[in-house]
Design a binder for this molecule. Structure first.
Ligand code: DAH
Length: 334
């Protein structure tokens, strides 16, 4: 019986060395350790041995069974990890990490900045939470002036509010330096507006301000026209219409040729050939007085501009709300 045990051991290890798959391992396990296998058979025969031999042979049998079970387990484990590794298909193309890009508004703003800095403007900055003084008063918009009605916003206190335009940066800049001043001030502004395709309670503006000795309306016209050509193409014409803003005198509104029909007239421009862009004018003497400049010797022009509006024209976007929804299906198109 001891010889039989040794023979089973040798045969088993020879076979288990040669298995090719988890299935083979299972077959070897059943063959040797199964109910009808040789190990079980020997256990059954234990009873036929001399009582004094039984403990020794029983021990040998137990050891054999343990050895075989351990070997089977090891092999099973080997095939399991190999199968797992094989499930990784190395021939698949790699996953490309998504590459970030600039928001269409940022792209537009970058372009606006590049055009104006090339003309000698520097970029200025101001707070979005503003005081009544900077947002209105210093811009020649006194309390209770009817023009305040067009620019309602969120008030934090009676004197602190979310700025309704970037014009307060004019005041802050002029307070901090002497002429010449030539700045653009981009930034976010707020109005109490119900969102629709062309309104959002927050949007973006670029303010422009140029102040020096002998600055005239001709300079304003030239700069705005140059901007239109650089932004939308040399065939785009600019039109100036008289208007009113409390901080400029005289004031005007300016239009560009419709960028879709290039001035011929289409549905987008309601067959006028023109698109309203924003306001501008010569800085009002009262504004100069508020910042301590002498209106007798200093002149200047200022203009506003809606970044969202320009981005919509540039990319052919018909709903301002799309800019602020963070929908990747929209954003990845630009
Ligand atoms: N601040 C004006 C607005 O938000 C736009 C504007 C008009 C700015 C005329 C100016 C200007 O600098 O001169 O409607």
């Amino acid at each position: 019986m001891e010889q039989e045990i040794q023979r089973i051991r040798e045969n088993f290890f020879q076979e288990i060395q040669q298995v090719q798959s988890a299935k083979d391992v299972e077959a070897v396990r059943v063959k040797y350790l199964g109910r009808k296998g040789p190990v079980q058979q020997l256990f059954k025969q234990l009873g036929t041995l001399n009582p004094e031999d039984r403990p020794r042979v029983g021990k040998l049998l137990n050891t054999l069974r343990q050895e075989l079970e351990t070997a089977v387990k090891e092999k099973q484990q080997q095939f399991k990890t190999r199968e797992k590794r094989e499930r990784i298909d190395l021939s698949l193309p790699g996953r490309k990490p998504p590459v970030g890009r600039k928001h269409p508004l940022t792209q537009t703003l970058d372009e606006i900045k590049a055009i104006f800095t090339a003309m000698g403007f520097t970029v200025a900055d101001g707070p979005e939470v503003e005081t009544d003084y900077y947002n209105f008063e210093a811009l020649n918009i006194p309390k209770n002036h009817p023009s305040r009605n067009m620019q309602d916003t969120l008030y934090i206190t009676e004197d602190i509010l979310l700025r309704t335009h970037t014009s307060p940066v004019q005041i802050r800049t002029m307070q901090s330096q002497q002429p010449p001043v030539r700045i653009i001030a981009p930034g976010r502004v707020y109005r109490r507006d119900t969102p629709d395709a062309s309104h959002s309670p927050f949007f973006h503006q670029v303010e422009g301000l140029c102040v020096d000795h002998g600055i005239s309306f001709a300079d304003l016209k030239a700069v705005i026209s140059e901007f239109a050509r650089k932004m939308f193409g040399t065939d785009i014409k600019v039109r100036f219409r008289p208007s009113f803003f409390p901080f400029t005198e005289p004031s005007l509104e300016y239009d560009f040729n419709c960028v879709f029909c290039r001035g011929k007239g289409c549905k987008v421009c309601k067959y006028t050939g023109w698109m309203e862009i924003s306001g501008a004018g010569m800085v009002d003497p009262n504004v100069f007085k508020a910042v301590g400049y002498d209106p007798e010797t200093i002149t200047g022009y200022a203009f506003g501009m809606g970044v969202d509006r320009i981005a919509m024209l540039k990319f052919g976007i018909d709903d301002i709300r799309l800019f602020f929804e963070n929908d990747m299906r929209f954003l990845t198109q630009f």
